[in-house]
Design a protein around this ligand. Structure first.
Ligand SMILES: [Zn+2]
Length: 66
């Protein structure tokens, strides 16, 4: 796993608290959590999407499913 906002490898027990914008789903991830590649990110007034060249696209609507 990779940190979606910094691209750093996530070490067990080293999870950082997400920012307020991240928790609200307003902040798009910048890096793929599966491979750590920098993703292509597009931010729109009503949401965002981010695309990894290997793992496909995620978007803010997907992020809101909980
Ligand atoms: Zn990926």
């Amino acid at each position: 796993m990779f940190d979606p906002f910094t691209g750093e490898t996530l070490v067990e027990g080293a999870l950082r608290a997400p920012s307020a914008a991240v928790r609200l789903g307003l902040e798009p991830p910048r890096f793929c959590t599966q491979c750590g590649r920098r993703m292509i990110v597009q931010v729109a007034p009503d949401g965002w999407w981010a695309r990894c060249s290997r793992h496909g696209t995620i978007d803010s609507l997907m992020n809101e499913q909980r």
